[in-house]
Design a binder for this molecule. Structure first.
Ligand SMILES: *Cc1c(COP(=O)(O)O)cnc(C)c1O
Length: 388
């Protein structure tokens, strides 16, 4: 039998989320594996989508995105980051941040180029780098602080022998919830400038920072002209099924992403784009309320995990808490997660699946907390029976 899947994609198989979500469905376990909220985002956004479905636009949106959304994305960047963007040349609407990342990498990379990734990394990154015919070189972050060491990033760039072209960053970080501080960002910005790298920043958790602040890399000196920033509505407003995202940056880099994007999907989700334009313009209070609700859920789950005897690394941001199952005598997070639905009726994801280095996160497990309080409490009480 010939291989059905191309060699460059064979290592990737089915995503861990599909596997774990199927396991949750089969066993009736509480699914804290995949990062999706169990309550939908603000009703006014959903009502705007319903209105747009009835009134239109229901035909192809322009490839760059509905003008009203491109303008809303530019206004959002000005309001939250003080960034001035031309909505016609510096914004590309995408089918979620996932397509934004794909279009950016496919638009920028040639075969033989290298991408510097921070591991653990979001699972689509490695696959898209492979689809682009490029290769990845990783820099690890470790508990308890999961701090990124710029010296290690620079060493990786140097080791690439001039082939590194893109530094792909994700702050706030999935799965650890780490937010890169200004000092680290300044050092990374210097590395990008000195080694002529393009930074691709996955900022999907930009509005979900519970401790500290999100500083976009493109706001640092000399970075506006060499950074593509990717974000999306899904995480911010608990609408992960909508898949409306965007890429912003200097016109030449956005044009590179746009070139790839037009042949991936051309455009997507016209009526939802209309509603996302409204969402981005909602009040500061709406953004803060979403964030504060999630902060309370974070605190609730982390308290439960800790009282279950799990060493918990309280995240500063995002959707996930990472624990170390070594604290309850477990030696392998993957085996632990495969057994957990039967054993305790809960689904988590082993952090090792997001790593190239199998030792980096051997005993780390990720749990999602954007869930109703009763669900978080039930999961915590089920996990409480685990400690020996
Ligand atoms: C969820 C997530 C994405 C995907 O965003 P979509 O808008 O749903 O495509 C991308 N990056 C990270 C780090 C994520 O957690």
């Amino acid at each position: 039998m010939p291989h059905a899947t191309a060699a460059r994609l064979r290592p990737f198989g089915t995503t861990i989320f599909a596997e774990m979500t199927a396991l949750a469905a089969r066993t009736g376990a509480i699914n804290l594996g995949q990062g999706f909220p169990d309550e939908d985002g603000p009703v006014e956004i959903r009502r705007a989508a319903a209105d747009a479905l009835l009134a239109g636009p229901n035909q192809y949106a322009p490839a760059r995105g509905l003008p009203v959304l491109c303008e809303a994305i530019a206004a959002h960047a000005a309001r939250f980051h003080g960034t001035t963007l031309d909505p016609e040349t510096q914004v590309q609407v995408t089918v979620g941040a996932t397509e934004g990342i794909a279009a950016s990498l496919l638009g920028l990379l040639d075969p033989g180029d290298e991408v510097i990734l921070v591991e653990p990394y979001y699972d689509s990154y490695a696959a898209i780098v492979a689809m682009a015919g490029a290769t990845r070189r990783t820099v690890g972050v470790r508990p308890p602080h999961f701090a990124l060491d710029p010296d290690e990033v620079e060493a990786a760039v140097v080791a690439s022998g001039g082939r590194a072209r893109v530094l792909l960053l994700n702050s706030p970080h999935n799965p650890t919830g780490t937010v890169l501080g200004r000092e680290t960002l300044e050092a990374l910005a210097r590395i990008c400038r000195e080694h002529d790298l393009v930074a691709v920043c996955d900022d999907v958790y930009e509005h979900l920072v519970y401790d500290g602040e999100h500083v976009p890399l493109h706001t640092l000196e000399g970075m506006a002209e060499r950074t593509l920033t990717v974000s999306s509505v899904g995480k911010t407003f608990a609408l992960t099924g909508w898949k409306v995202g965007w890429v912003t940056g200097p016109p030449d880099l956005v044009a590179a992403a746009a070139t790839a994007k037009q042949f991936l999907t051309f455009s997507g989700h016209g009526p939802l784009q209309q509603a996302v334009a409204l969402a981005l313009g909602l009040s500061d209070g709406t953004y803060a309320a979403t964030r504060d609700t999630l902060r309370a859920k974070r605190d609730r789950l982390c308290a439960g995990l800790e009282s279950a005897g799990l060493t918990t690394f309280v995240p500063a941001a995002g959707y996930f808490a990472v624990v170390d199952v070594a604290s309850i005598g477990e030696a392998d997070g993957h085996a632990f997660c495969l057994a957990l639905p039967e054993r305790a009726g809960v689904v988590g994801v082993p952090v090792s699946v997001f790593c190239d280095d199998p030792e980096l996160a051997r005993t780390l497990v990720r749990f999602a907390f954007p869930k109703r309080e009763a669900v978080i409490d039930e999961a915590a009480s089920r996990l409480a029976g685990l400690a020996r």
